[in-house]
Design a protein around this ligand. Sequence first.
Ligand code: NAD
Length: 497
Amino acid sequence: MSCPPDASGRRDYLAAHVLPALDVRPFIGGAFVEPRTDATFAVGDPTTEQALVTMPAAGKADVEAAVEAARSAFDEGPWPRMSPSERGAVLNRLAGIIDRDLEDLALLESADAGKRFQGVRAWDIPHAATVYRYYAEWAGRIYGDTLPPAGPVRVSTQREPVGVCAAIIPWNFPFACISWKMAPALAAGCTVVIKAAERAPLSAQALASRFAEAGFPPGVVNVVTGAGDVAGAALASDARIDKITFTGSAETARSITRGSSWRMPRLTTELGGKGANVVFADADLDAALDATTDAVFDLSGQNCCAAGRTYVQREVYEEFVGRLVKQARSRRLGDPLDDSTQQGPLIDRDHLRTVSGMVTQALDDGARLLTGGSPAELGGLFYEPTLLGDVSAGDRISREEVFGPVGCVYPFTDLDEVVALANDSDYGLSASVWTSRPGTADSFAERVRVGTCWVNCFGYFLPYVPWGGVKLSGNGHDLGREGIEAFLSTKVVYRAP
Ligand code: NAD
């Protein structure tokens, strides 16, 4: 049976076919195994606020078993010793399985994370498949160098897998984010323990159930899910981990850094943002408007590259902001499994409280409410698309990531001023600029301190293009050549005759 075309049919299909087939136990050493701890937790559907499944909460003992499996698969197993083409073939097979099971995987992730089904079906799942295919090719492109000899002594380098990797995953892009970590790690010859996000773990479980079919030897990829401060902390501080690759909040990154600092594993961090979206008066305002609406509200703003700060040049400020308010008011909130929905719920009630609290504080601090500002009439975990004006650069709402459908708008006068405003942030993940003048675009892109700058476009992510932030937005990159470099170390060999 295939996935039905309407929301209620999809939810029935999920309950009758997809969830019953899902094994929610830890995946360790090539199989789902009995949990070593008794704790469980309910995985909620943010749209209905009902539990989708109850699953074991991995504890320290489960994490230790997963690390042990990954360690022995690395130290003694076939994976790091396989030919690159064999490793690539396994990654390609996984990509083919993902293509085949697209609808079921999309449905699971959509219901679990409250993301629009059509968005997940069109992007998250197929994107992950292209990432596995991209790094399958990289497996055969890992070369060392021959360096100039020192007299009779020959010198060469070889690139080696860094070892056992911990991949700690956020809830907002779980399936795609796992591919960003796992694909390059495996192509390099590493083994991996994935700590899925407890707020949306189900697509990781579904992926694990496909590893044997793809042909991964036991222990090469392991999946555990549990609370961050228990399972995540145990993984990050395990002495047998050689590398941690983390995506999530800066606060968690600090905790991981502290917990692992005694042995200093390699660490890549992909963290939050407070994106600046800059609209010059000479821009194509229609295009800028549609993209700004997406940049602020897509995924209910629960997006690391969300444009929390939109700067509009004074000449067009009133007109542009007026049109943006209209767009915000016309957004269709509803069930993410319904194809007509533009904006789904927030991930859970705690998060709804956080978003509401930040907006209330902004209004207390003197911000002007342009639209929204409350939980939506629809009830549940829906929050109105919200725009705030008259916001000071020093206010909490200007400086911290809201991770909700909330945008601030600010007027600016010229390029120098807006570069300074955009850079006045602890974060440096991404920015976008809208202008018809190439010189203005080039100058902004050069001077803005971010990992990615989109010019007259927004939100491109491609497997071969590195993605990472500066400042509090992280350290290192996923994707592209940089993505696999992060899982390789260089060994030098001096060889005397
Ligand atoms: P989070 O930091 O709360 O959790 C991320 C992961 O870390 C989860 O698996 C969690 O269980 C785990 N964790 C929590 N505490 C831990 C601890 N003490 N030790 C080890 N692991 C721990 O983040 P989140 O709410 O899942 O995701 C939202 C954040 O992620 C936002 O800040 C967002 O901007 C960021 N994000 C960044 C990118 C990027 O590419 N830069 C992509 C997606 C999300």
